[in-house]
Design a binder for this molecule. Structure first.
Ligand code: ADP
Length: 891
């Protein structure tokens, strides 16, 4: 019974492998001990050795019995291993001949045993103590040989042989058992994988067939419903029919979404890159959305960069699906205002561009806490508010999956109640590098199947054959094409079709795929090769409810001229026919409507959204001409005085604030920029730029604005906040470098990485003139200030790891201290990057500035020296007369 329990334990997959191994080993060890015990008795070994073995046997048996009974094998293993190390090993060592016995072999075994069976910190503790115990035993055995009970020669040989055999056997068994378990686990995993694959395939088969089965009846519903809408029916009937139309379309899109998601999740979604015309793709999407915006009285704007390449290669259908999903959401979640689509591109290399689609709406926006979940499948957010809006929560997750598959990225900026912007960037191969043809954008027929029907042509001489085994489908197509007056024959099987095509010359044949007896592909092939057949050159269109990519590729490969997906609408059928019918049989064509012209605008180069814009706060102390030159936007900090709150550098400059606080009569403080202020500032910039890099003053000092900026990024995905770990122009240098890299076309992540490295190369040192201000801003205490002033000591403040520290104390006259400060700041001159130096000062006279410049020149010649007044925010902290030198070290 006990043996069975042990066996069950050993082969129980739910139990931990190490615990099972431990049980196995203990059982083997017990067996080994019994053997050794018998051998010792036979050999007449000393009584101490035999007793030690007996003791170990008893301990082991009790331990394993208790461990199994209370299911505490791990604890038992830990205790036993400790006992083996601290008690058993020394006893065996000293009673069985020391190093001249089996102990060394058992020692090696104990090490392996511990490393294989013990886990976590306990393993390290036990392994280390084992080494120590062994070392101590060896030491005692060497220094005090009398404490070791020696083996006789035969005993020594026998003992080490027995130990060798037992340990080798145990190790072999242990490893064999482990290999066996591993193999068994592998087999189980393999089997499970096969089962999952099979399940996935079955699920896919189920979804495809479900899609097929549902599309067929919807085809009838949508088709016949369209016929009702074409009639002159009462208002009530029209309303009902429109509801039927909306519901069927919803059902259809749901099926498509579920199909896509199931494929994505089973890893079977593949892209199908084709050459496509950029203008046609955008027009198709835009015309479809325009109808929806018109229905909701929203303004629809499409802006396109004129340098967009004319032809691209990529999965056009999926790109359209991405855009339609996002644009549909924009319309769905916007009640008033506008929806705007902007398309522009950036060159990646000679052959590739990154196409940037940005969809902006003025709708309900998304709460910041919901933004991280937007792209999760089946997740709808803010359901209290959008309960009445139809949706499944699948759209955006499909968008994300497709964009990821294409190697692109999708981001969102949204301010709750104000609107959202979704930005999709997709790399595409350029097939025709000429700029997009503006005329291509207009004059395109709206091919949206959902649009209200407009007859587009008449062709009474056109001969059409429809082959479908479902009578309802035949009826629907017949009715839908009624207005075009084409001569239409309908048959319900392949053989009937062949009878017809033998003597009749059809221009176009619509052919169902799945039919009993002869399927559509076979029938198409037989028509094409029919001896004496009159329709061998007919255009044959696959008419199918199989929506998946594979079917589409199959139809193309088999040689169909076109492909129409059920459910069909009058517009789709007519569009297809117009493409395929010979021009001479089309009697009149309704000219294409210019549905898009009013909405499309061309982005002139100045208005093109930039990829990255750099921003900073006013404490970056950057001369205006430089921020203008590098197109860096500045958000002002606020300076709070008793008289009110002023925007740093805009409502108040440094001189004004200093004269205000002069004489310590009045107090002024800096108030950091709040998250809502940042949101406003960033949103404004994001109108003209897809990404923002915001350079913030060190988060470890007074400009705690970084918290506001970081909070704003929770809503605005496309803003990256960089903690410059700097004050003053140190941020400015980072901002200039960031802007330079952006202009060179470097990628966002690349720039961020470079900025991180650059932070440590910036050197900032200030010579503080008036320590009173430092007391006011709690940087030093009053007592220290008094000492500094009494001894004419001026502190030099430097930036280190984001913190302001005192780098040096300068003693003596102003001129002397200035000189020693400059030479201190510009030490290690051979490693200084000589491209630019910022001299930031608070109320230093022009003459003094010139003198500082000439002193600097004595040490290092900088290509550009920018002199800038410190912002009021900084001026408050350091006082008049203070100046700083800020530059970079070489890479
Ligand atoms: P749904 O079918 O619910 O629209 P999506 O995956 O397309 O599913 O979107 C997920 C959620 O994201 C929506 O439920 C909605 O709350 C929110 N959402 C998506 N786009 C917008 C938008 N333009 N404005 C506001 N909320 C949006």
């Amino acid at each position: 019974m006990r043996i069975r329990k042990i066996r069950d334990y050993l082969f129980d997959n739910r139990k931990d492998v190490q615990e099972r191994l431990f049980v196995l080993l203990t059982v083997i060890a017990l067996g080994g001990m019994v053997t050794a015990f018998v051998a010792s008795l036979l050999l007449g070994e000393n009584a101490e050795g035999i007793l030690a073995m007996l003791f170990a046997f008893l301990v082991l048996t009790t331990a394993i019995f208790l461990g199994l009974k209370y299911d505490r094998i791990r604890l038992t293993a830990n205790i036993l291993t400790a006992m083996i190390i601290y008690i058993f090993f020394p006893i065996v060592f000293f009673t069985s001949g020391g190093v001249y016995g089996g102990s060394p072999i058992w020692f090696v075994f104990a090490m392996l045993f511990t490393s294989m069976l013990i886990r976590g910190r306990m393993r390290i503790v036990l392994l280390c103590s084992q080494l120590i115990v062994a070392a101590v035993c060896y030491y005692i055995g060497y220094r005090y040989p009398q404490v070791v009970i020696p083996h006789k020669e035969l005993e020594f040989y026998m003992d080490s042989l027995a130990s060798l055999v037992v340990v080798s056997l145990i190790m072999t068994l242990m490893i064999t058992f482990q290999v066996y378990l591993l193999r068994r686990d592998n087999e189980t995993v393999e089997k499970q994988k096969e089962e999952i694959d099979e399940l996935n395939k079955a699920q896919n088969r189920f979804f495809s067939s479900m899609s097929h089965e549902i599309r067929t009846p919807i085809n009838t519903i949508i088709g016949l419903n369209e016929m009702i809408l074409r009639e002159d029916v009462s208002e009530e009937v029209e309303e009902d029919a429109k509801s039927i139309q909306a519901a069927s379309k919803m059902l259809l899109s749901l099926i498509n979404d579920i199909l896509d998601i199931s494929k994505i999740q089973s890893g079977q979604m593949q892209l199908n890159p084709v050459n496509y015309s950029t203008a046609e793709m955008i027009t198709e999407v835009a015309s479809m959305i325009q109808i929806r915006t018109m229905e909701k009285n929203l303004i629809f704007n499409v802006s396109i960069a004129p340098d967009l390449p004319r032809g691209l290669m990529g999965d056009e259908i999926r790109i359209k699906q991405i855009l339609i999903n996002i644009l549909n959401n924009a319309v769905k979640y916007t009640d008033e205002g506008s929806v705007s689509l902007s398309v522009q591109c950036e060159s990646l290399n000679d052959k590739e561009v990154s196409v940037i689609f940005s969809v902006e709406d003025t709708g309900m926006g998304i709460k910041k806490e919901n933004i991280p979940y937007l792209f999760n499948a089946f997740k709808r957010v803010d359901e209290d508010k959008n309960r009445h809006i139809e949706g499944t929560g699948l759209g955006l997750s499909i968008v994300k999956e497709f964009v990821d598959l294409m190697g692109g990225k999708v981001t969102v900026n949204s301010i709750y109640t104000r609107g959202s912007t979704f930005i999709v960037e997709i790399p595409q191969t350029v097939t025709d590098g000429k700029p997009i043809d503006r005329t291509d954008m207009y004059g395109k027929k709206d091919e949206n199947p959902g649009r209200t029907y407009h007859q587009s042509f008449e062709a009474p001489d056109a001969k059409i054959l429809v082959v479908d085994d479902t009578a309802a489908n035949l009826m629907v197509i017949k009715k839908l094409l009624r207005e075009t007056k084409v001569q239409l024959d309908a048959v319900s099987s392949g053989s009937e079709a062949l009878e017809k095509t033998l003597n009749t010359h059809y221009h176009v044949i619509f052919m169902d795929h799945l039919m009993p007896e002869m399927d559509g592909i076979e029938c198409m092939k037989r028509i094409r090769s029919q001896r004496g057949g009159s329709s061998r050159d007919a255009k044959i269109v696959a008419l199918t409810a199989n929506a998946d990519q594979k079917s589409r590729q199959l139809y193309e490969k088999e040689g169909f001229d076109a492909y129409v997906l059920k459910p069909v609408t009058g517009n789709t059928l007519e569009t297809e026919l117009r493409k395929l019918l010979p021009k001479e049989v089309i009697e009149f064509e309704v000219k294409d409507e210019n549905v898009l012209e009013e909405s499309v605008s061309w982005i002139d180069n100045g208005a093109k959204k930039s990829s990255i814009r750099v921003t900073m706060s006013s404490v970056a102390d950057m001369p205006k001409e430089l921020s203008e030159k590098y197109n860096i936007a500045t958000v002002p900090l606020r300076v709070k005085t008793e008289g009110g709150c002023f925007r740093d550098g805009i409502d108040m400059d440094a001189d004004a604030i200093l004269s205000y606080v002069a004489g310590k009569k009045k107090k002024a403080s800096i108030s950091p920029i709040s998250a809502p202020e940042f949101e406003k500032f960033f949103s404004e910039i994001l109108k003209t730029s897809n990404n923002i890099i915001h350079i913030s003053a060190s988060g470890k000092i007074y400009d705690t604005s970084i918290h506001g900026a970081l909070e704003a990024t929770e809503k605005l995905n496309n803003v990256s906040v960089v903690d410059s770990e700097q004050i003053s122009a140190g941020q400015g240098i980072l901002a200039i470098e960031a802007s330079r890299m952006a202009e060179e076309g470097k990628r966002l992540d690349e720039i961020l990485e470079k900025l991180n490295a650059l932070k440590n190369r910036i050197r900032t040192a200030f010579l503080v003139e008036n320590v009173d201000n430092m007391v006011d801003s709690h940087q030093i205490n009053n007592r220290l200030a008094r000492i500094l002033k009494a001894f004419l000591i001026r502190p030099v403040l430097v930036m280190k790891n984001g913190k302001i520290r005192t780098g040096k104390l300068c003693l003596g006259s102003r001129e002397h201290t200035c000189r020693s400060f400059i030479s201190y700041a510009l030490r290690n001159r051979e490693f200084i990057d000589k491209r630019m130096l910022f001299i930031t000062h608070v109320g230093v006279s022009n003459a003094d500035v010139e003198w500082i410049k000439s002193e600097v020149e004595k040490h290092v010649h900088f290509d550009e020296v920018y002199v800038t007044k410190a912002s009021p925010a900084i001026a408050i902290n350091v006082g008049v007369g203070t100046f700083g030198l800020i530059f970079m070290m070489k890479d």
